[in-house]
Design a protein around this ligand. Structure first.
Ligand SMILES: NC(=O)C1=CN([C@@H]2O[C@H](COP(=O)(O)OP(=O)(O)OC[C@H]3O[C@@H](n4cnc5c(N)ncnc54)[C@H](OP(=O)(O)O)[C@@H]3O)[C@@H](O)[C@H]2O)C=CC1
Ligand SMILES: O=C(CO)[C@H](O)[C@H](O)COP(=O)(O)O
Length: 469
């Protein structure tokens, strides 16, 4: 990521880029492989600092955690007041808040900037989510705008908010990325097992979907992966890969923080858990050994209405996942006092990043029409899209359940939608249970106040002085 970002910077008119890496051989390799970049290499951090014009700007692209702290410490020791240190890695936003505060006390500007787009995006134009101070952005903004992806003439970068806001929004981006990938994987599984399609045929279906409202980078690359044939065996690539999904942690952070914020992000959580379930081969083998038979799958065959149903279920579930992600952004902004423009975030996600898609334009429009939307699900366009797909969504989830095909993403998205749509939830019973065993109190539908029933006494109701319920 770092070398490609440096090449991207160097390719822009007027830029001369100084580079430094802990392992000098990687610096030397980059310089020798890309003489056209005109890099100014350094072997020490002092030499690196001395090669920069003032005020200095350095972008760190190393592993999150201790590695990032180590490089920040080295830079802070040689930088001067007014200089800018940018962390472009996938840092935890609370680390970014801590680092920004510590460096501000030394009069150094620290900007945590989420950068998405993978290695190709870093080279050709990523989506960039910088936090930090408004003052730092005044210097940094033009540099980042020069290297970001551009959609409809608009660079995919915006000042997200102060201190850790950029890394927070990048974390949510990755959470949505997990959910989107899981939903696409579930669609593949259904088309493979219920429609009876081959991976190559599913690649064609996805390519067709990619010309409609599901158009996105993730659908596009999924078709490419499904087309791939393993050179060694002649089998579809997807059949020779071990079915255990890895992760580097940003999806887990999203869910942990959403839990802290009290925001239900079930679609993202199920995607994280689906990777975790896949990565427990011993448990999976034990359960498979313990059961005699799996449900019969009635293979429907290719070119049927089921394919359209899966497309509709995928779209509706995707709307839910994005709605949940934006809810988390809104709650994070309130808790950490960031002034985040939701429409601007959807705008910079239209290009450069992993979740880039036409779909993001709809979110831009939704927040432009009503910046205070309680959920994207009530925006007229999305509400109608979900309504139109609802029957298909239910058919797909029930077919999956009857066939024994796991659809944690589709299923949780539908349950979330049904939870919001239900006039009455069984939460009332949960409140009764809590009051029974712990005197946790409850509220009534027909009166103000907080109440407790004397469950172990005569079961009369008393009004409780406290407000806890
Ligand atoms: N790969 C991707 O698609 C994306 C990655 N990111 C983020 O970008 C950052 C870099 O990722 P990526 O390029 O993939 O990772 P790599 O593993 O390719 O590079 C890691 C870099 O970190 C350096 N490093 C690691 N530990 C230390 C340390 N203790 N002190 C100094 N330098 C250290 C390495 O130096 P050395 O060469 O000496 O080992 C190397 O330059 C990460 O935060 C990642 O999460 C963000 C978006 C997408
Ligand atoms: O930040 C990214 C893209 O935006 C990375 O690709 C992301 O770290 C991949 O995550 P994981 O390895 O957990 O699937």
């Amino acid at each position: 990521m770092g070398s490609n970002l440096a090449r991207n910077l160097a390719s822009r008119e007027g830029n001369t880029v100084a580079i430094y890496n802990r392992s000098h051989e990687r610096t030397d390799l980059l310089v020798s492989e890309h003489p056209e970049a005109g890099f100014v290499p350094s072997t020490t951090i002092e030499e690196f600092a001395a090669s920069l014009s003032k005020p200095r700007t350095a972008i760190i692209m190393v592993q999150a955690g201790a590695g990032t702290d180590a490089v920040i410490d080295q830079l802070a020791a040689v930088f001067e007041p007014g200089d800018i240190i940018v962390d472009g890695g996938n840092a935890l936003f609370t680390d970014t808040i801590r680092r920004e505060k510590a460096l501000r006390e030394k009069n150094l500007n620290f900007v945590g900037a989420g950068i998405s787009g993978g290695e190709e995006g870093a080279l050709k134009g990523p989506s960039i989510m910088p936090g930090g101070s408004v003052e730092a952005y005044a210097t940094l903004g033009p540099i980042l705008e020069s290297i970001a992806a551009v959609v409809d003439g608009v660079p995919c970068v915006t000042h997200v908010g102060t201190d850790g806001a950029g890394h927070f929004v990048k974390m949510i981006h990755n959470g949505i990325e997990y959910a989107d990938m899981q939903l696409i994987a579930e669609a593949y599984d259904l088309l493979r097992n219920v429609s009876g399609h081959s991976p190559a045929a599913i690649a064609e279906v996805f390519t067709e979907w990619n010309s409609g409202d599901l158009e996105s980078y993730l659908i596009e690359i999924t078709a490419e992966v499904l087309k791939q044939v393993d050179a060694k065996t002649g089998k579809p690539f997807v059949d020779i890969v071990l079915d255990q999904a890895g992760s580097k942690g940003t999806g887990v952070w999203t869910v942990q923080n959403a839990l802290d914020l009290g925001v239900p992000v079930g679609g993202i959580a199920e995607a994280v858990f689906a990777r975790a379930v896949s990565s427990h081969p011993d448990q999976r083998a034990a359960v498979q050994k313990s059961i005699d038979a799996r449900p019969e799958i009635a293979v429907i065959g290719e070119g049927t209405a089921f394919e359209d149903d899966v497309r509709a279920a995928l779209y509706a579930s995707k709307v839910v996942a994005y709605a949940q992600g934006f809810d988390a952004i809104i709650a994070g902004a309130v808790k950490y006092d960031w002034n985040i423009d939701k429409g601007a975030i959807a705008t910079i996600w239209r290009g450069g990043c992993i979740i880039r898609a036409q779909f993001l334009n709809r979110i831009v429009e939704a927040y432009a029409n009503d910046p205070a939307l309680p959920t994207l699900l009530v925006d007229p366009y999305f509400a109608n899209a979900v309504k139109e797909g609802e029957a298909a969504w239910r058919r797909v989830v029930s077919t999956a359940a009857l066939s024994g095909i796991p659809v944690p993403g589709f299923g949780s998205a539908l349950s979330y939608y049904d939870s919001l749509a239900s006039k009455r939830l069984p939460a009332a019973l949960v409140q009764g249970q809590r009051d029974f065993f712990g005197a946790h109190t409850y509220q009534r539908v027909d009166a103000e106040g907080t109440f407790h029933t004397l469950w172990s006494g005569d079961r009369t109701e008393i009004e409780s002085a406290g407000s806890s319920h």
